[in-house]
Ligand binder design. Structure first.
Ligand SMILES: *Cc1c(COP(=O)(O)O)cnc(C)c1O
Length: 424
């Protein structure tokens, strides 16, 4: 089984004439098709809205493109709020699902009119202090604790997660906020990451819908939305199945009809905050082979490294690799594909079966559209790469230039060092 890149070797040969590797490239066509299908899958819910998790890919062109198709922005920091604002997001387009939040960031969110999704009960007072008073619409993040298991054995550990409030705290928060004049409430929870199971959203919905009914009945509060957050996964490995977004939407609809509608809550809007599902498959890291090394293992050295894509180094995540132009050649070799960081975990692939690679070959590292460039850093003085949009009509556009040494030195007080260097 294999995965096919959304871009051909011929196209990359053309692009590298303008922009050198490494770079992330994004597939506009795939991304648009996907967001349209997501909205179709939830079209049964009148108020449905996806708040794209900006942290997954904070390129303004990408965020703006998703907004054209109805998405809002899910933010968790000051600069993400700024970025969302800069691409045209207004109050109703902004969800602020942060945690360990610096108080002044609440103030900025209030000024934008965004929806604050509280991670902790103590933040009620923080919002009051920061914004002057509570906004009329507030949301809370729920953490049921314990272990969360799906029938296929996929498990996550909410009890160990730093996020969200206990059920008791949610009740207490709603009570306090109602007293202080909040009129519309939302509920949010994130229990399982990157699951391609169609069960996850429906099971999460059941938990949140039942809690919403209890809150409404016991506290007489108006719940206007339920936010299922992120977590819908993508198949990183070729043998994995895709998430079936229509089955997921239908599964949520059934639970909605069963639990909310009989309670007169058929007007509750469903929100999502997907990141990975929106973009991971529609991005790839293109990198050139610059070295090969034969010691105790066979190494292929490329011009990208973990600063461009951290997931393999950080959590041993699998990313499929295609040698462009050698898609149909037999996988006769076993390689470690490595970057140049002075860290032995800087490996994009370990013991990977691949066709025979030569210096100068271009590798396409799949599924980097989410949590790819966005997780970048500058370790070893490495610079962040460019980002390129492959447009629907086949043309390409630079949507972020690569960093230069000047960018790297820009935050040093001894900026003069850079000015001296470039004279050498
Ligand atoms: C990371 C995150 C998301 C997006 O998660 P994905 O797994 O990329 O879908 C959504 N909401 C919150 C609060 C997050 O932290």
């Amino acid at each position: 089984m294999s995965k096919t890149p959304f871009v051909t070797k011929e196209k990359i040969d053309e692009i590298v004439l303008h922009y050198p590797t490494p770079f992330h490239i994004y597939d506009e066509k795939g991304m648009i098709e996907n967001v349209k299908n997501l909205y179709k899958a939830f079209s049964w819910n009148k108020g449905y809205k996806e708040f794209f998790a900006v942290k997954a890919n904070a390129n303004p062109f990408i965020v703006k493109k998703l907004m054209e198709y109805g998405c809002g922005c899910d933010c968790s920091s000051l600069t993400e709020l700024m970025l969302s604002r800069a691409v045209g997001a207004t109050g109703d387009d902004i969800m602020f699902s942060s945690n360990d939040t610096p108080e002044e960031e609440f103030d900025f969110c209030c000024k934008l009119g965004g929806i604050i999704n509280l991670d902790d009960i103590t933040h009620i007072a923080a919002v009051e202090r920061s914004c002057g008073r509570l906004p009329e619409r507030m949301s809370c993040r729920f953490n049921p604790g314990g272990v969360f298991t799906l029938s296929n054995g996929i498990m996550d550990n909410p009890g160990d997660a730093k996020y969200g409030m206990t059920e008791e705290q949610i009740f207490e928060s709603f009570r306090i906020m109602k007293e202080k004049g909040v009129k519309e409430f939302g509920l949010h929870s994130f229990l399982c990451s990157n699951t391609v199971s169609s069960e996850y959203y429906p099971i999460l919905s059941k938990i949140l819908f039942e809690l919403a009914v209890k809150l409404k009945n016991e506290l007489d509060v108006k719940i206007t939305f339920i936010n299922l957050s992120g977590g819908v996964g993508v198949p990183y490995r070729p043998e994995e199945e895709k998430s079936d977004i229509f089955a997921i939407g239908e599964g949520v609809r059934k639970v909605y009809e069963e639990i909310l509608v009989p309670e007169g809550m058929g007007d509750v809007a469903i929100y999502t905050e997907l990141g990975r599902y929106m973009l991971a498959p529609y991005g790839g890291l293109v990198t050139k082979v610059i070295n090969e090394k034969h010691t105790h293992k066979e190494y292929i050295g490329v011009d990208a490294c973990a600063v461009n894509l951290m997931r393999p180094a950080m959590y041993g995540a699998y990313h499929h690799v295609t040698v462009l132009g050698k898609e149909n050649e037999p996988e006769t070799e076993t390689y470690d594909v490595v970057g140049s960081l002075c860290e032995n975990n800087d490996k994009f692939a370990i013991d990977r079966k691949l066709p025979k690679i030569e210096i100068g070959d271009y590798l396409f590292i799949h599924d980097t559209g989410a949590h790819g460039f966005a997780m970048g850093y500058n370790y070893n003085g490495k610079l962040k790469s460019a980002e390129i949009l492959l447009k629907e009509d086949g043309s390409f556009e630079l949507i972020r230039r690569a960093e230069t040494p000047k960018d790297y030195f820009a935050t040093f007080d001894c900026f003069a060092v850079y000015n001296e260097m470039i004279k050498l």
